[in-house]
Design a protein around this ligand. Structure first.
Ligand code: AHR
Length: 312
């Protein structure tokens, strides 16, 4: 049995889960709307009541949201943290309050809150692999491992696990597989389309000879493509763009040839999250990470066109 206030062990859910709390970091684009709908649909299909909050990309707000959700005493708390460090203490606070937690989509810093102790498991995609797959696609687009070119990287939200891991996966793959392709500038555009456009508009003036762009998500890539066209470039011809997510808008650009490839990050996490929760309720031991698999969509092999009807 768990004693609120002093609990130091992993909290297991009771056999009768009714009320599930869901702390979302933002609702600001196709990816987040698809994730939100998937969580809500799956909660309904499993017969759970869902208490929802939206932190609007604010760590301060999300810390407050999680505290409010803890005060509501849900049977289980699901957290999609804005950044790796900021919400970790709240995950540990839920554990101390005897509320079982599953971390969803973005991970917390596991030095600050760890799976198997502070929370049951992390359910989400392999961001590092997504970054490496994006590098493979951009290397291919620029002519293969012996290519010589300069590129820029548009980062996601600073301190978020997708920005940290996609950047690491991309850079590691690029430097080992194609050392002649150099990143001449790296700047955050906060996973946001308008910011991606503004940042790219400045970078293309500073680095007019770049041949490639890696954007940590589709929204920034779409903004970047708009800026490149406004600057007189021809994305798909003189500049190759690669990004991550699988939104309808970006995959349409792959099909039309303006973007080279999109690496999937599947936001439809609801079924995997709630199947995992069911196992947890049954008393099964969970792995530290339940991985949501991802694919790559390109024009040349027909994968982009085949995926498009299912895009979000
Ligand atoms: O955490 C997943 C990332 O967050 C998605 O790539 C992005 O579009 C969203 O903002």
């Amino acid at each position: 049995s768990c004693v609120p206030g002093s609990n130091t062990k992993l909290v297991k859910p009771s056999s009768t889960v009714h009320k599930v709390a869901w702390s979302q970091n933002a609702l600001d684009g196709a990816w987040r709307f698809a994730e939100e709908a998937s969580i809500a649909d799956a909660a309904k299909a499993h017969g759970y009541q869902l208490l929802k909050t939206n932190a609007n990309n604010s760590d301060v707000q999300q810390v407050q949201d999680i505290q409010n959700l803890i005060n509501d005493h849900p049977d289980v708390l699901l957290v999609d943290p804005h950044t790796e460090d900021a919400e970790a203490a709240q995950v540990a606070a839920a554990r101390k309050a005897c509320i079982p937690v599953i971390v969803v989509d973005r991970d917390v810093n596991e030095q600050l809150a760890s799976p198997g102790r502070d929370f049951a498991t992390f359910v989400g995609g392999d961001f590092k692999k997504e970054g490496a797959l994006a590098a493979d696609a951009l290397i291919e687009a620029l002519g293969g491992p012996s290519a010589k070119a300069t590129i820029v990287e548009l980062d996601g939200t600073t301190g978020s696990s997708p920005a940290i891991l996609r950047g690491g996966g991309f850079n590691g793959e690029l430097s080992t597989k194609a050392p002649g392709i150099r990143i001449v500038a790296e700047q955050t555009a906060d996973f946001n389309r308008a910011t991606g456009q503004q940042v790219m508009a400045t970078l293309i003036q500073q680095y007019p000879d770049i041949k490639g762009v890696f954007a940590h998500n589709d929204e920034m890539a779409i903004g970047a493509i708009t800026a490149l066209k406004a600057a007189g470039k021809h994305p798909g011809q003189d500049i190759k763009v690669v990004s991550i997510d699988g939104t309808k808008d970006a995959v349409n650009l792959v099909v039309s040839g303006e973007e080279y490839a999109v690496v999937e990050c599947n936001p439809r996490l609801g079924p995997l999250v709630f199947d995992t929760l069911d196992k947890f309720v049954k008393g099964d031991d969970l792995p530290a990470w339940v991985v949501q698999p991802d694919r790559v969509f390109k024009k040349a092999d027909g994968t982009a066109a085949a995926y498009l009807p299912n895009a979000f």
